[in-house]
Design a protein. Structure first.
Lengths: 344, 264
């Protein structure tokens, strides 16, 4: 089974070109039963013009590809368009910096409230605090009436200078690592703009090139309970799609991408804006809609937690499904379709 | 071919590692780099331009009802100015205190607290948003700044109002950053200065302003964050530019890295 091994280009099963007969088979006679790759959908026809495919044709035409022993053919799919790839990585950079600088900002007042206002002395829905215990500084997280000792991570942790420090989120999670609200805000507000502009570019391209409709919108049959259940079971067993189904996002992938793209990330922007006194003067209704300025701040934190959760699962799935193939496809666009299993 | 792809793989791995390294250690170095700071600061200009275009000159910050007033309005920054000058004024309940309006004005003003209180006043119940993240609602009564500036006759070159305060702030090192001791000051532009809710407040929640909240007079700029709302105002100076004052960034906190435009 080919995984990350790179066969010679001529023996590689490349994506079909305009005239399939020329593209599919190399001069290597040792693999007579080599399967045809399935034709790609219209949006993926670009693969035929990819350099890899071109080289394969050339080599086949020259008859120069017989030197290597045969390897199982690979089908390469041009999976991610340039706009998707570029906006993905800009977004990844923005999210990383926004989360870490956001935690720096949170550390300046590590309490969350519900409603229009809230300050020290008011009851907090969520709080990261510290107190002087018998055995030194202790860090605590309070959620409603629940209290957890989180010394070492939340509340009290090793500071930027190596000593135990009172800080809600630890130094390794914040930008800058030392306490500096002003600089945290500079990073946050700069990358917030980049994030918003990048989102707009992504939305414009994805509407124009059909990415949303073709790749993210669940297909007609996909929402049938039977299919949904099957997907969940397959995920729970960490069985990833092979062959033809691997060319598309699976349903759970589609749903989580749609949720993060259309709900959580826009919620980040709207809850963020609702904390701005300037923006509040222009559009007070938005903060009202969210339950008040402090509610907006709490929701900003909740949505950010969902973003972190998404990133953790996203990275875990990339690792489990084949990190090299996954990362490369988001860099070069080319994705090696995992072949069907031969046995069950 | 195999070599080529391995090279590409190595390249990607190296790229990934360097991004990780950047995230772990580089951000602090970048945070202190002059040109990086300059680059990051450019976002402030964009925010300022967009918010000014979006908000409109006269859009009001929300005003609340008496029942919304926070039972405890936190005080931040200086709670008791320690200069001899201020202590003397406080001892005599500010009867010797005078507000000076000078700089690029053709008729400088000097007003006592009693004189200020006799002028038409405005009472507004607004929300105060601290840059740290908390909010509280208070009822403020004071004199609108706009009419005072009209009375002082701003010179054509005046672009900003600088508020010189009685307090030295500093020693809040636990908040990080460069928070060396310095005289508090702030500045706003003419659009905020002539905004109807921009007042010089001498009452909070119906009582004379207490020392912790800025007695005898503090600025309210309702569409910006709390640090713009200078307390213990002694003098208002009309200037063409604030580049020559203290750190040159237009305010005590601005000189320590915070945005001059604090609308977000």
């Amino acid at each position: 089974m080919p995984t990350e091994q790179q066969p010679e280009p001529a023996t590689r099963q490349s994506a079909p070109a305009a005239s399939p007969g020329e593209a599919t088979e190399s001069a290597n006679g040792s693999q007579p039963t080599k399967p045809m790759t399935a034709p790609l959908s219209d949006g993926d026809a670009v693969a035929a013009q990819s350099p890899v495919a071109d080289r394969a044709h050339e080599a086949a035409a020259n008859g120069a590809a017989v030197s290597q022993p045969a390897k199982t053919p690979r089908e390469i799919l041009y999976r991610h368009r340039l706009a998707t790839r570029v906006t993905h990585w800009i977004n990844a950079l923005c999210v990383a910096i926004l989360v870490m600088s956001g935690l720096q900002i949170f550390n300046a007042h590590p309490r969350l409230y519900w409603g229009e206002v809230g300050a020290y002395g008011d009851p907090a829905a969520f709080e990261i605090g510290a107190y002087d215990g018998e055995d030194g500084l202790r860090g605590v997280v309070r959620i409603g009436a629940l209290e957890f000792d989180t010394t070492g991570v939340f509340g009290v942790s090793n500071g930027a200078y190596g000593r135990a420090a009172v800080q809600a989120f630890p130094s390794w999670a914040t930008i800058p690592s030392y306490r500096d609200l002003a600089t945290g805000r500079r990073w946050h507000l700069y990358f917030a703009w980049l994030f918003v502009i990048n989102m707009c570019v992504y939305f414009a391209f994805s509407i124009a090139n059909g990415h949303f409709r073709r790749d993210l919108l669940p297909a007609h049959g996909e929402l049938r309970p039977r299919h949904v259940l099957g997907e969940i079971v397959a995920h729970a067993r960490l069985r990833f799609a092979k062959g033809e189904p691997a060319k598309r996002y699976n349903l759970l992938q589609k749903i989580s991408y749609l949720a993060i793209i259309f709900i959580v990330l826009p919620a980040m922007i709207l809850t963020g804006l609702s904390m701005s006194p300037g923006f509040n003067a222009a559009a007070p209704w938005l903060s009202d809609l969210l339950g008040g300025r402090q509610s907006a701040r709490t929701l900003h934190f909740v949505a950010a937690s969902l973003v972190v959760l998404f990133v953790v699962i996203h990275l875990a799935m990339v690792l489990l499904a084949g990190p090299w193939n996954g990362v490369r496809s988001m860099v070069t666009g080319r994705y090696v379709v995992p072949p069907e299993r031969k046995h069950g | 071919m195999a070599e080529r792809i391995l090279t590409r793989r190595r390249l990607l791995t190296a790229g990934g590692l360097s991004i990780g390294g950047f995230a772990l250690s580089g951000c602090d170095r970048l945070s202190q780099d002059r040109s990086v700071r300059g680059g990051l600061s450019r976002a402030e200009g964009l925010t300022f331009a967009v918010q000014r275009a979006l908000i409109g000159r006269h859009a009001l910050a929300r005003e609340y009802s008496l029942s919304d007033v926070s039972p405890r309005f936190p005080a931040n920054g200086t709670l008791m100015p320690d200069t001899d000058e201020y202590q003397r004024l406080l001892e005599r309940k500010f009867v010797d205190w005078r507000l000076t309006i000078d700089g690029l004005v053709s008729r400088p003003l000097s007003l006592s607290l009693v004189e200020l209180m006799k002028l038409p006043s405005r009472t507004q119940i607004t929300r105060h948003d601290c840059v740290e993240g908390w909010s509280a609602i208070g009822q403020w009564t004071g004199v609108q700044l706009g009419p005072l500036l009209t009375a002082a006759r701003l010179a054509p070159g005046a672009r900003y109002l600088v508020f010189h305060c009685a307090d030295n702030l500093g020693g809040e090192a636990y908040k990080g950053g460069d928070q060396s001791m310095g005289r508090y000051y702030e500045s706003i532009d003419l659009i905020d200065a002539f905004h109807p809710q921009t007042i010089l407040a001498f009452r909070l929640n119906g009582a004379p302003l207490d020392v912790a909240h800025g007695a005898p007079l503090r600025l309210r700029v309702e569409r910006q964050l709390g640090y713009k709302h200078a307390k213990y105002v002694m003098r208002i100076e009309a200037v063409r530019s604030f580049g020559h004052i203290a750190g040159g960034k237009g305010g005590y906190w601005e000189d320590r890295g915070y945005e001059w435009y604090a609308g977000i």
